[in-house]
Design a protein around this ligand. Sequence first.
Ligand code: GLN
Length: 541
Amino acid sequence: MARYIFVTGGVVSSLGKGLSSASLAYLLQSRGYKVRLRKLDPYLNVDPGTMSPFQHGEVFVTDDGAETDLDLGHYERFSGISAKQSDNVTTGKIYSDILKKERKGLYLGKTVQVIPHVTNQIKEFIKNDIGNEDFVICEIGGTVGDIESLPFLEAIRQFSIDVGNKNSLFIHLTLVPYMKASDEIKTKPTQHSVKELRALGIQPNIIICRCEQPIPFGQRKKISLFCNVPIKNVIETIDVKTIYEAPISFYKEKLDQQVLDYFKLKSKKKPNLLPWKKITKTILNSKASINIAIIGKYVNLKDAYKSLDEALTHGGIKNNIKINLIRVESDHLKPAQIKKKLLGIHGILIPGGFGKRGTEGKIAAITYARTKKIPFLGICFGMQMAVIEFARNVLKIKKASSTEISDNCIPIVGLIDEWTKNGKIQKGTSKDLGGSMRLGLYPAKLKESSLIKRIYKSKTIAERHRHRYEVNINYQNDFEKNGMLFSGISPDNKLPEVIEIKKHPWFIGVQFHPEFKSRPLFPHPLSVSYTHLTLPTIYSV
Ligand code: GLN
């Protein structure tokens, strides 16, 4: 039977529960155990698909087409296991399932209540779709004390009774602040947070303390005493220089060892930390660096393009080069300023996006990349914009655009509401915005003698999608005659998946999101090639 590890957070949000869970998963896995990671989010949206990246950061997409919390991206990058639809749930999803059952009369006339119906539904989710995993790590979003997270905390409390203490463990992550004025490390917020948790019936077994400075023995003892945990289970986590150092730091603090001790398990082998040591060393020591301009709408929020930032870093690790990401707000990017704004840039990247705002700035930047032969990567919306730019300025279709951003245009990019998956027709809808896009893993065929095929070293690929609009295949001949190749196409030959410009050192657009599949230990080939080609020694603007 699987053992369940519940990770909660206290005092403030953004303490790194996702990273801690992901690092623990790696350590346990590396010791020879099979691990699964799950995220329970207390907000009311059915999934984060309709939420603005400003609100919640990037929406991460799984192979099986779930739009999920970005923490699932961390889980995949650290554990290497592809997450599934069944690994992320929200209050909205729990309630929508309950209400569907209620309408069908499945509650047999009973009053439907938070306890037991909502808590039962949460418990069902926690144990659903588990195979021979040794550990299931469940992270509870939000902070203890939020009204929203109460049903989740109650559900995990009940769950641990159901499966027994022997099979469940609670980890609580809190902030241990350093007060500069008094030169002191304060344990009181942690004490209060644990008190709150205990009032809900949950006694944490391990406390992870996020702090800027090492926690002296005296303060650790205090946390142990007031929070009722053995001192060896007070684990400190000091800010690391790169997130990929986190598994090393948790290993040093013996987090994984304490987990095994708690479950009375022996380590099958010693964790292999070498890959993380190598990565950390490369990130911290690489001398050469390149500047990549990410031109988009959500540049002010660090987490909005999380997987993309990570994927580029992975390419940099492989090439032993530091990647500086320069975020450029597309909204106010006027053609006249582009040269100045993009001074010293070695590569231009337009990421995924939605809606009209900022599109003209993106198109102007693409013109610059195309004509000045600057390496360019367009992802999803970025590819659509590249096609529109080419149509307007090379094919001279002045009114070329996407029906997403203009009602009165020549639709080079348009809404599709039908596509095939595994031989079956899938239908989208423009009425409901949630979950109605072309989502998840789709195969594509790559053309012989194309740059993209050389990069992937394969004739077929499968990548994750998240979009509603597509480039119109009917224009393929016009584009190809003029130098833009549709070098990747869906198996039914209907949907352009990759475009590239032949007479350009590196100009690629992809309809999918390669960043979701890049992992530090297995960098994505596109990212490796893109960050390699932009090396100043090889190519200089
Ligand atoms: N807005 C575009 C579409 O729906 C692109 C989406 C994206 O970049 N993920 O097709």
